[in-house]
Design a protein around this ligand. Sequence first.
Ligand code: AMP
Length: 215
Amino acid sequence: MRLILLGAPGAGKGTQAEMLTELFHIPIISTGNMFRAHLSQGTELGIKAKTYMDEGKLVPDELTIEIVKDRIVKDDCKNGIIFDGFPRTIAQAQALDDLLKELDITLDKVIDVEVPDEEIVTRMSGRTVCSGCGTPYHNQFKIEKVKGSCDNCNSELVQRDDDKEETVKKRLKIYHEQTQPLIDYYNAQGKLVEIDGIGSVSSINLRVKKALGVE
Ligand code: AMP
């Protein structure tokens, strides 16, 4: 199973990706998490990416495509991949098509998780992330067992700079301009399934599984 989770920032892609990785035992390629991991290790790439991320802008395509290129050839990607937050531009989608072709891999489905902008802005304010392992949490949809600390590694949960309201609005604008065209791109390939991203995590997960034909 190779699939892409498409949708605005805060649409719940990360949460669904976590559920699908458990179900299918295939890795998540989240470029956002990879940039954050680079940053916490203080790499040059991480420091470069941060300047864009903090402003809610997209990291340039060359950098983004490069880290995916390195990741996709690892052994654990042989049986399947869940792309979360990649691709985000037509150039990235074309680069991914080329990469998959080289590896003789086909993409099964692209799931577009649809959530209106107003709902996204409200949701983001409740979102936190583990400062240690990057696991996402939410004060309504995915509540940690001990307030403020990660269920997996006990590290502190923090609000990302890019989840602040002004930045969220900027990110939504960029999403509409640069990422939304991918809906037509994958529709033309016959791979797109749109699902309603409003509701409980489990009801959305059911829609995702139905879209994948596993429920
Ligand atoms: P995310 O965690 O997926 O919301 O990503 C956080 C930030 O990382 C985004 O706002 C971008 O600045 C950057 N980023 C993540 N994925 C990409 C991508 N595919 N292309 C460009 N920038 C990205």
